[in-house]
Design a protein around this ligand. Structure first.
Ligand code: FE2
Length: 230
């Protein structure tokens, strides 16, 4: 069983907290109680999420991928003025059950979702974003929110950027440019496993042009070059 520590969470609507008092007509007392709760509602810490990830993932490249997606999601949350902590945790955890479900893709994210059952995530969007990123296989509904689409599109883009870094003279992500990623984008033979169509959805679903999306994600990854080994 995993439990999150007490932590300020700003993502739970006040109305939801008031509703949990079972008072059909919010009173001054119930509103005060809700305000109190909204300050002390728990949310999993980044450290706990990282521990869960590394408890279940042995492969260094997969851990680095999760770190890359986490950094990307934090930067995208900042870009969209969203909850950086919740988006980062979703990015960090999104593939935590991959090694245990690689032969049963329909189970990928469902197993993780079960692990998170007893967690106080603070933001239910985390679990939804994780589930939606594998909707083709797990039967969950496709992404709908900015949060969910960001994870869906960034997940794939980090792979293309890693491939761009690996062909640099020193495999140095610091010398990768937005232009170089954009040049490799239409080359189907380069990083052939990266589904460009998923990344391109940023334009219609997130209303951000591809070049800007690449810029945000590339910068985020460059800031954690050492942990990424690039
Ligand atoms: Fe992923």
């Amino acid at each position: 069983m995993h439990r999150g520590h007490l932590r300020v969470a700003q993502t739970i609507p006040l109305t939801h907290l008031v509703a949990r008092t079972h008072d059909p007509r919010p009173t001054r007392q119930s509103l005060a109680g809700a305000l109190f709760l909204s300050y002390f509602i728990v949310m999993v810490t980044r450290e706990e999420a990282y521990k869960l990830l590394t408890d279940h993932v042995q492969g260094e490249s997969l851990i680095r991928h999760c770190l890359a997606v986490e950094a990307s999601m934090r930067s995208l949350a900042k870009f969209f003025s969203a909850n950086e902590e919740a988006w980062g945790i979703a990015g960090l955890l999104h593939d935590a059950d991959w090694e245990e479900t690689k032969d049963t893709p329909e189970q990928h994210t469902l197993v993780l979702s079960e692990w998170l059952e007893d967690w106080d995530l603070g933001d239910e969007g985390i679990k939804k974003a994780i589930l939606a990123h594998n909707h083709f296989h797990n039967g969950h509904e496709p992404p709908t929110s900015q949060f969910e689409w960001s994870l869906y599109c960034a997940d794939e883009l980090t792979g293309l950027i890693v491939a761009c870094a690996l062909v640099q003279p020193n495999k140095n992500i610091g010398t990768v440019t937005v232009d170089s990623v954009m040049r490799k984008f239409p080359e189907a033979a380069f990083a052939a496993g990266v589904d460009r169509s998923k990344i391109e959805l940023c334009e219609t679903e997130l209303s951000i042009d591809l070049e800007s999306f690449v810029e945000v994600v590339l910068k985020a990854m460059q800031e954690i070059a050492d942990p990424l080994g690039l």
